[in-house]
Write a protein that binds this ligand. Structure first.
Ligand code: IVH
Length: 709
């Protein structure tokens, strides 16, 4: 790099694009010289400088990052972790079943949805659920162009370079659709895991707790050369975006993937209903110990892909598949002490500190105790749990872990209770700020009343603010937020402070740049990441505010209803809890109930909280949301009523599909109704619609309208 190189911060988009192209060419040339010709043309340091500059420009202009960027290739270690990848189709998780009855209920639910009787034939596949981590591989014209982890389902990490080192992952496919995303699980076998841990130990490196952690740690190495030394496997179980279908059935598609060169699980079977599914579950469970890799259950999927399509998805899980999990693993250990953590909303959460114990291959030393009732042996309605046994410090407790969830306490061994152990007294004051902690009627949680003065709440709110679904600021995670919160020279005490960081005086900033483990580079990267987030979509902002009961889905709902920050803020300010037109219109949003509405309005009327929100928004450029239902469909935004008997689909399916197309489905006809879909036997609703002059269609006309006729 010569002296006239501009700082990354000062590059325009066009300059950045041009420079990325130059860098890409220079790096490719250096790669060829080094790897293929064994004749390096530039020094290692010069090569690293090219890579770093490339990564820094990409970090500032992620939209310019190319699928074949040098930072995704072997040898590249992007300066700041992995680049983000937005999945073309979301990567979902699976609903769980634990008992045979839940499997029968899964089948019954599907039949109801599809309008199939109990005896109508319905095929499922059943296959092991491998305990690894999911990976999406994107092939374009047969060439592997990208590999991404699941991340939050919408956005994952670009681990292409690492995936290229896995022998099971073909780099080229013949006779594949032009676009094919293959999804599957990366995992490590027991034998490879044991050998890796032995090597780690010999080299004085840390051992991995279990094969899953070893696989995840190996795939998410910043240096693909390390991944290459780790024995990882990949098994394909599904697909994402496609330019042409793989087959008509799940089984057919899996066979096709196998023919294309992917490993697929040989224990995949076709079953004609719950009895055969449970029988295959039993077979797999029996063979579990000798499989040679970890599985945590059996996945059942509807075989017919047209039916999978009709069944579609709930918020985060498909209706057409379920994971039948093996029973949770259990272990006994001693409860050393109970600690209270204070959360973002002031909730006092008791955590059990345990003598470390291995549960299903994982060392557990903490477990959640939920709330004071749970410790006392009661559920939220006052009924006994654990036969009413309370939990005391010093007790022998039984810990269990089901899947990925935080360990819980299943039972207490009273025969081992130490003499003198006393019932746990739940604190009535916040351990962090000393404010009174109160429990409102009907609430199982005790909350600190300190609000903004409670440091624990403030830090947790900041952590939430920078979290993935919220502002997601690269380089400003939970750890950094804690550090800044406690820093007296350069404090971040509330979200607005993040956006004034750079504008603080030069001497203060110099301190940041000199701080241990930081340096000018990472400070500049942080500023760039913060700048990039000054422009923020409305739904992320609403979610980031951390208002109780407002999660990501609700924030999206609110954003799509109010569309602009001004409209949202005005409505919340003008609303009064329990009355008035603003309150009614807030409640009329499908998905917003009394509890959430109260929480929202209260937050905007709480002076300190409100002032903090205003200070924040003054620094932002909030992007308007797309209206709810702005899906490209002829029924988007319309209110539809179904009546009479539908013959090609059930009511549940009709409703779900209309909603997926952006329509609102109502139960009764009113002046607001846009469309009535009337099957045979339609009665009073059809009459009323006719009186009101509302357009009425039969089922076939409806299907034709939505493009399914
Ligand atoms: S199907 C839309 N099949 O389990 C459904 N998932 O809990 C996509 N997994 O994220 C998943 N083995 O990582 C499917 N045979 C299998 C699986 C499997 C393991 C993992 C996968 C997924 C998670 C869901």
């Amino acid at each position: 790099m010569t002296a006239d190189v501009k700082p990354v911060d000062e590059l325009s988009m066009d300059e950045a694009r041009a420079e990325l192209a130059r860098l890409e060419a220079a790096i490719a040339r250096a790669d060829t010289a080094y790897h293929q010709n064994d004749a390096p043309e530039i020094s290692d340091a010069a090569y690293d400088a090219l890579k770093r500059r490339n990564a820094a420009i990409e970090a500032r202009f992620p939209e310019l990052m190319r699928a074949d960027s040098p930072s995704t290739r072997v040898g590249a270690a992007p300066a700041e972790g992995f680049a983000k990848v937005r999945h073309a189709r979301r990567m979902l998780s699976l609903g769980n079943a634990f008992a045979p009855e839940e499997v029968a209920e899964f089948d019954a639910r599907i039949r109801r949805y599809l309008g199939l009787g109990p005896d109508a034939p319905l095929l499922y596949t059943a296959e092991p659920k491998i305990d690894g981590l999911s990976l999406s591989l994107r092939y374009e014209d047969g060439a592997l162009v990208q590999a991404a982890t699941r991340g939050d389902g919408e956005t994952g990490e670009n681990v292409t370079a690492n995936a290229r080192t896995i022998a099971d992952i073909p780099q080229h496919l013949t006779d594949a659709p032009a676009l094919l995303e293959v999804r599957g699980e990366v995992y490590m076998s027991h034998a490879d895991f044991a050998a890796l841990n032995a090597r780690q130990e010999a080299a004085g490196d840390k051992r991995f707790a279990n094969p899953r952690n070893a696989a995840a740690g190996s795939l998410r190495q910043l240096d693909p050369a390390i991944t290459a030394t780790r024995p990882l496997n990949f098994v394909a179980y599904g697909w994402g975006a496609l330019s042409a279908p793989l087959a008509d059935t799940q089984m057919g598609a899996i066979k096709r993937l196998h023919a294309l060169g992917f490993s697929t699980n040989p224990l995949t079977r076709l079953c004609d209903g719950p009895d055969q599914m449970l029988a295959h579950y039993a077979t797999i469970e029996q063979g579990r110990a000798t499989l040679g890799y970890d599985i945590d259950g059996v996945v059942y999927k509807i075989d017919d892909l047209a039916l999978q399509d009709r069944l579609g998805f709930r918020a985060t899980t498909p209706r057409w598949a379920i994971a039948h999990k093996f029973p949770a693993e259990l272990a006994w250990t001693r409860l050393e002490r109970i600690e209270i953590q204070v959360g973002r909303t002031g909730a006092l959460s008791p955590v059990a500190r345990l003598s470390p114990v291995t549960v299903g291959g994982v060392v557990v030393s903490n477990a959640t105790l939920h709330n004071e009732d749970y410790i006392a042996g009661r559920d939220s309605t006052g009924n006994p749990i654990r036969d009413g046994k309370d939990i005391r410090v010093g007790d022998w407790v039984q810990v269990y872990r089901a899947g990925d969830v935080i360990p819980k306490i299943a039972d207490v061994d009273l025969s081992k209770r130490p003499d003198g152990a006393r019932p746990y007294r739940f604190p009535t004051h916040c351990p962090e700020c000393g404010s009174e902690a109160i429990r409102e009627e009907g609430d199982s949680v005790r909350r600190c009343t300190g609000g903004m003065i409670c440091p624990a709440q403030a830090v947790e709110r900041l952590k939430h603010f920078v979290s993935r679904g919220a502002f997601d600021i690269e380089g400003l995670g939970a750890k950094q937020v804690e550090m800044f919160y406690r820093d007296d020279t350069l404090p971040i005490r509330e979200p607005a402070d993040i956006f004034t960081l750079r504008a603080r005086d030069a001497a203060t900033l110099a301190k940041l740049k000199n701080r241990e483990g930081w340096g000018a580079k990472s400070a500049d990267n942080l500023f760039a990441a913060i700048e990039a987030r000054r422009t923020i979509p409305l739904d992320r902002l609403i979610y980031a505010l951390g208002i109780r009961h407002v999660g990501e889905v609700s924030a999206d709902l609110l954003a799509r209803n109010y569309l602009t920050w001004t409209a949202f803020e005005t409505a919340m300010t003008q609303a009064t809890v329990g009355q008035g037109p603003e309150w009614d219109s807030l409640l009329s949003i499908d998905g917003v109930g009394q509890v959430m509405a109260t929480s929202l309005v209260t937050a905007f009327h709480q002076p300190a909280e409100r002032a903090s929100i205003d200070r924040l928004v003054a620094h932002l450029n909030v992007q308007d949301a797309t209206p709810r239902g702005q899906v490209d469909s002829p029924v988007a935004g319309k209110t539809v009523v179904f009546t009479g008997t539908l013959e090609k689909m059930t009511r549940a399916e009709a409703k779900a599909r209309a909603e997926a197309l952006g329509a609102k489905v109502a139960g009764s006809v009113s002046a607001k109704t846009d469309l009535l879909v009337a099957g045979p036997g339609a009665g009073s609703k059809a009459k009323k619609a006719a009186e009101l002059g509302i357009e009425t269609l039969d089922e076939d006309a409806w299907l034709a309208l939505i493009g399914d006729g």
